[in-house]
Design a protein around this ligand. Structure first.
Ligand code: LIP
Length: 270
């Protein structure tokens, strides 16, 4: 395949993904407008829930992608991995920030990434409530709707807000140890419950960085590409090794990155 053909294939998939994520956002908003009738089930515990909205949105996204790209692979948070017969795999979080969604809070979004082999080549994060679409194509920059965005190159940990993910999947002392070091260093944290949205805020400079000791691929792969294309710094997320098991996620603007990596390393050794 020539480079031109490959670029055209990616552009077509990017356009399709943009249409699909907006349609998915419209569906999610319908569920969000009727929370009193929303079916919610526990997965591992009360902090790990899935709603009828998550399932319906993932079903819509999968069908809309396969209609045009039946040979592509799909990995979704709720339906798992469906292997394809070519090198493309879509990685989908139908509603990232489900706990926020089911409680009527605004911090939720839809995240879609596209892998070609082991490389993330497309990332889209859409917050329907604000109609903000964060997107990136490998090598072509990062955007918020039509506007080019970049990570905050001026803020340090001491002058910016750091997003921190906390969940039941990691020992609490790991989180507490990191937060103590961050506060002692003059930093401040915010946790929303949507890792994808926090990563999008890093890419456009609203947050100085993001750290979560364990996150799943469907939560973060789109956001990590968008941050890299916004000239931010990201830690490694090994693909395919960690595609199904999750891994720590680290991301920051250039000025804050070195100190953030140092604080994380110190907290892991505590
Ligand atoms: C969420 C992540 C968040 C993490 C939560 C949960 P979900 O994803 O975005 O960063 O802290 O435990 O995993 O489950 O809402 O799609």
């Amino acid at each position: 395949m020539t480079t031109i053909q490959s670029d055209h294939e990616i552009e077509q998939r990017a356009a399709r993904a943009t249409t699909v994520i907006k349609e998915a956002g419209d569906l999610a908003l319908k569920f969000f407008a009727d929370l009193e009738n929303l079916a919610v089930d526990e997965k591992q515990n009360g902090q790990d829930v899935v709603s009828a909205a998550d399932k319906a949105v993932e079903t819509l996204i999968r069908a809309a992608i396969l209609e045009h790209y039946p040979q592509d692979g799909l990995l979704g948070e709720e339906e798992g991995l469906q292997s394809g017969s070519n090198s493309y795999t879509w990685v989908i979080d139908p509603i990232d920030g489900t706990s926020c969604f089911v409680n009527g809070l605004k911090d939720w979004c839809i995240s879609i990434a596209l892998l070609r082999g082991d490389e993330t080549i497309l990332g889209l994060i859409y917050q329907p409530l604000t109609d903000e679409l964060f997107s990136a194509t490998l090598g072509k920059g990062a955007f918020l709707n039509e506007r080019r965005i970049s990570a905050n190159s001026n803020a340090s940990l001491q002058s910016g807000l750091l997003g921190v993910g906390a969940n039941f999947r990691v020992p609490h002392h790991l989180i507490v140890s990191f937060l103590e070091r961050l506060l002692n260093a003059g930093g401040m944290f915010i946790r929303s419950g949507s890792g994808a949205l926090m990563l999008a805020h890093v890419a456009c400079g609203r947050l100085v960085g993001y750290y979560e000791p364990h996150i799943n691929s469907w939560d973060c792969l789109a956001g990590l590409l968008i941050i890299r294309e916004a000239d931010g710094v990201t830690g490694e997320f090994p693909i395919p090794e960690k595609l199904l098991t999750g891994h720590p996620v680290i991301a920051a603007g250039p000025k804050a990155a070195k100190e953030l990596f140092q604080l994380i390393e110190a907290s892991q050794q505590a």
